[in-house]
Design a protein around this ligand. Structure first.
Ligand code: 6PG
Length: 250
């Protein structure tokens, strides 16, 4: 029995499934509360999804005028830097959005100031909430099992009394601004997108092993929400976990 709900798809279907689920979640949020809040991740994995969202029918189907787009994390670089998560999403998707409400992490500021400004913006928009509840948080996972910019052994992973903090990556750009684990775990829906056989060892640690030091991605467990792992065939086949469909067993 898998500890986490998951689906295994070809890469193309994985991207389409993510867009479908995103559309459903956002439509449901806007219908229920008049607004949707979604936080997106950076890295390479979500790039096909961002390209897809810039196309029809996703442009017309998702009520973007009522959707606030936030970032899960950001590298402390300027917004036009090739390593910027904002720059990636803007180039592939957001520049094509006729209407979009975005809350950019100011990577051009010092890490602590960027984190403080982002937390202030969250407090203004989620005014009065003890914790912001995102309708959807889109997460990836690194080969070391990190998610957001919560890296194994980094102090950012232990922060429980803030919504935003400064994370420290093992590779440049090292300083990152990131949502904290307790905030991520307030989400209504969390979608993990994980692709590539090189992620299999981390996936096994998240799905298979009980370890005294679980990888950060294994600590994502929404308190009053749902997490779903969308895996591609390459990582599922390599991970070869006992509850994976037979097609992906060696
Ligand atoms: C970032 C992301 C990060 C990402 C993982 C996976 O800023 O890099 O937010 O958490 O999701 O590192 O990255 P890839 O998709 O590039 O493998």
């Amino acid at each position: 029995m898998s500890p986490h709900p998951f689906e295994v798809h070809t890469s193309d279907i994985q991207t389409l499934r993510a867009a479908e689920l995103m559309a459903w979640i956002i439509e449901d949020a806007v219908q229920a509360r008049g607004v949707a809040h979604m936080a997106i991740s950076g890295g390479h994995t979500p790039r096909p999804l961002y390209r897809l969202l810039a196309q029809s029918p996703w442009q017309e189907r998702i009520p973007w005028a009522h959707t606030h787009i936030w970032w899960v994390d950001e590298r402390c670089v300027p917004p036009d830097h090739p390593e910027s998560n904002y720059a990636t999403a803007y180039a592939l998707w957001l520049q094509h959005q006729p209407v979009v409400i975005i809350h950019r992490i100011r990577g051009e500021e010092s890490p602590t100031r960027a984190a403080a400004l982002y937390e202030q913006e969250l407090q203004q928009v989620f005014e009065g909430s003890p914790w912001p509840r995102f309708d959807l948080i889109l997460l990836g996972m690194g080969a070391d099992g990190h998610t957001a910019s919560l890296f194994p052994g980094d102090g950012a992973l232990q922060v429980r009394d803030a919504w935003v903090t400064v994370g420290h990556a093992p590779t440049p750009p090292r300083a990152r601004v990131t949502l904290t684990l307790p905030l991520i775990n307030q989400a209504r829906y969390i979608l993990f997108l994980v692709t590539g056989r090189h992620k299999a060892p981390a996936l096994r640690r998240v799905f298979g092993e009980t370890s005294p030091h679980p990888p950060p991605a294994a600590l994502v467990d929404p308190e009053q929400g749902h997490a779903l792992w969308l895996l591609d065939e390459a990582v599922a086949r390599e991970a070869d976990l006992p509850f994976f469909p037979g097609l992906f067993r060696k």
